[in-house]
Design a protein around this ligand. Structure first.
Ligand SMILES: NC(=O)c1ccc[n+]([C@@H]2O[C@H](COP(=O)([O-])OP(=O)(O)OC[C@H]3O[C@@H](n4cnc5c(N)ncnc54)[C@H](OP(=O)(O)O)[C@@H]3O)[C@@H](O)[C@H]2O)c1
Length: 355
């Protein structure tokens, strides 16, 4: 039996993870958390809100699935990596905001870091067992979201409701808006940099509307390997929970003869500047990704509430980055202060943009 702690059990990833755990006799759910929804009886140890590391201390899991949304997941990521406990990571924001600290903790702890994001799960599988000097570059695919093909001018008046209508993936609200702005792919670019120790110039993003190819790795000999599958998060969740085995899932095998459309094109960085902002923040390093992430969380929340336009999200992120000097953070406490600064500045900018 593998003792699993599931953080964010009531969310989109959390609910699908519960399905996988209950279908797999070798997985035991020993702990579960939510932000605010009651979860009595879901596991031996449960917690609603509060410090998730207390729950993990009590539950002594062998694997933590971090499916919390946002920066709030970072302390649990650090706790798990530091102790060498296996981490199945859906909470990409923790690796974006705290990448340097998290990678250092991962090295010290020596546990496994198993990505749950579908593209990173795919890349992990493609890179597994390959010598790093044989890898030329990694390609991450993006569906392009509900506004793919629109010009910047066409995006001025789009609403949160329209942004939530994702064409291929069914996900929680924050990541769905991030997919619409392409910030999600920007966060994933930074996530891939830290997970696979690849320079940014060796990670490419292409738009692939049907989301069948999740990632592709080009090798130095000219070969390229791709990972294909229907867009269903139960596949990467199952892979991370049962690694190194491949458990059965209720997903149909890929039907190539059914007319799969494998079309790819370059992202439109004028209409979707968040991707370029994320790349620049990643390249700048230090706390720039933390500032980018904190500002984005504030801007997305304001967009949901109708206090900020869709295009205002990138605006707030860009202006917040311009107002903060990014230096290395020595520990989680310093990083939390940087995140708080970014949120304060982004909130003020959001108010200014409204008036
Ligand atoms: N959904 C997907 O298909 C998908 C795909 C790839 C990656 N991811 C990543 O996985 C993570 C979760 O995404 P999601 O779509 O599952 O989000 P979601 O549906 O919004 O669920 C978020 C979960 O986190 C909990 N939570 C929220 N704020 C919290 C806080 N401050 N402290 C503790 N728990 C908190 C929520 O609890 P309450 O319900 O009680 O508020 C909920 O259980 C994100 O980082 C996302 O980028 C998601």
């Amino acid at each position: 039996m593998k003792r699993i702690a599931l953080l964010g059990a009531t969310g989109s990833i959390g609910r699908q993870a519960l399905e996988i755990v209950s279908a797999h006799p070798d997985l035991e759910l020993v702990a579960a958390s939510s932000g605010s929804t009651p979860i009595d009886g879901l596991a031996e140890h449960t917690q609603v809100g509060g410090d998730l590391t207390e729950l993990l201390e009590r539950a002594e899991p062998e694997l933590v699935l971090n499916a919390v949304v946002g920066f709030a997941g970072l302390p649990a990521t650090m706790w798990t990596l530091e102790r060498g406990i296996d981490l199945a990571l859906a909470n990409k924001e923790s690796l974006v905001a705290g990448g340097d600290l998290a990678v250092a903790a991962w090295r010290r702890g020596g546990g496994r870091l198993l990505p749950v994001d579908s593209e990173h799960s795919a890349a992990f599988q493609l890179l597994d067992g390959q010598a790093s000097d044989t890898v030329d570059s990694l390609v991450l695919t993006a569906s392009g979201g509900p506004f793919r093909g629109r010009s910047r001018a066409d995006l001025a008046d789009v609403t949160a409701r329209e942004a939530l209508a994702h064409p291929t993936w069914s996900m929680g609200p924050k990541i769905t808006v991030d997919s619409a702005t392409l910030m999600n792919k920007g966060l994933e670019l930074i996530e891939a940099h830290f997970l696979f120790d690849l320079d940014y110039e060796r990670i490419e993003v292409v738009v692939h509307p049907t989301s069948v190819v999740h990632a592709l790795v080009r090798f130095r000999d000219g070969a390229s390997l791709a990972h294909l599958g229907y867009p269903d998060m139960r596949v990467p969740i199952s892979y991370a929970l049962t690694y190194p085995e491949r458990a059965e899932t209720p997903i149909d095998p890929l039907d190539l003869a059914a007319g799969l459309i494998l079309e790819f094109h370059a992202p439109d960085l004028d209409a979707f500047p968040c991707l370029a902002l994320a790349r620049a923040a990643g390249e700048a390093g230090d706390t720039a990704p933390c500032v980018l992430n904190g500002a984005n969380e504030i801007a997305v929340a304001a967009f949901f509430d109708g206090r900020l336009s869709f295009l205002g999200i990138a605006d707030v992120v860009e202006r917040t980055l311009a107002q903060i000097d990014c230096v290395p953070a020595r520990d989680l406490e310093e990083l939390t202060e940087v995140d708080a600064d970014a949120r304060r500045i982004a909130s003020a900018l959001t108010r200014q943009l409204v008036h």
